[in-house]
Design a protein around this ligand. Sequence first.
Ligand SMILES: Nc1nc2c(ncn2[C@@H]2O[C@H](COP(=O)(O)OP(=O)(O)OP(=O)(O)O)[C@@H](O)[C@H]2O)c(=O)[nH]1
Ligand SMILES: [Mg+2]
Length: 273
Amino acid sequence: MSIQWYPGHMRKATREMTKILSSVDVILEVLDARAPISTSNPVIQEITQGKPIITLLNKSDLSDPSYNDQWIDYLKQDKQKQTLLINAMTNESCKKIIDLISALTRKKTGKNTLVMVLGIPNVGKSSIINMLAGRKITKTGNEPAITKGQQKINLRNSIMLLDTPGVLWPKIEDPEHGLKLAAIGSIRNTAVAYDQIAPYIIKSLLQKYPDTIKNRYKINVSSSDEYEVLEILAKKRGCISRGGVPDFNKISEIIVDEFRRSLIGRISLDIPK
Ligand SMILES: Nc1nc2c(ncn2[C@@H]2O[C@H](COP(=O)(O)OP(=O)(O)OP(=O)(O)O)[C@@H](O)[C@H]2O)c(=O)[nH]1
Ligand SMILES: [Mg+2]
């Protein structure tokens, strides 16, 4: 089952990004540090070729710290791009980002530097703009498609930032890829339901982070079957429908929410080879 969530505004946004690209000086490509490969949009890769690109691995406070540096090393193999690991909820990385932008545009004189911020939905593009501006200037929110159109923000140091709506591509062929994007909140819940995402999260935890389930939910997991574990969790959390059957929708919503808020632990879904 491939996943399709490509509403009209994304098609329009991709067209508008392509149109303005010739006047863009630097691209800030935002990826989610929990899934740096899966959050990289092949269409964006294609249209931005030849432009100076700074890749920001955002939400590094949510990803598995033991993989963060490995991902940076891996991404640095691409000599066309500069790469930084960041957390948009703090302003620690502001100076580094501004310095990199300035270094890439040093030769220019007299005119503003236009920096376009690109990425799939919910990776933190608008939050990064607010961090760089030092104030809440663009709308953010923990669901995809918060930003609906381009917005220019003038920083004091002759840098003009361009916020853009998160865009996906017309069809995500690999179902696991789609589930990863849904797990981190980049695909709307109406396109991939909680009771599809939660079994995927549990399966990933059982394979890669088995202790997290034990620690968070205080259960002994002897089963390697994600549905059996979900059933145990439903009972433990009181998610029982009339007639005593486990309410899979309810427990699924809880698991997805706790995963997204990092309550289960700092978990990465793309694992470096
Ligand atoms: N923990 C954590 N949360 C973050 C970080 N960056 C952004 N967020 C949160 O992630 C959610 C999405 O952030 P936005 O800045 O709205 O994301 P966006 O990429 O602009 O999303 P769209 O406009 O919908 O494409 C918000 O709830 C932010 O508070 C981060 O580095 N760490
Ligand atoms: Mg936004």
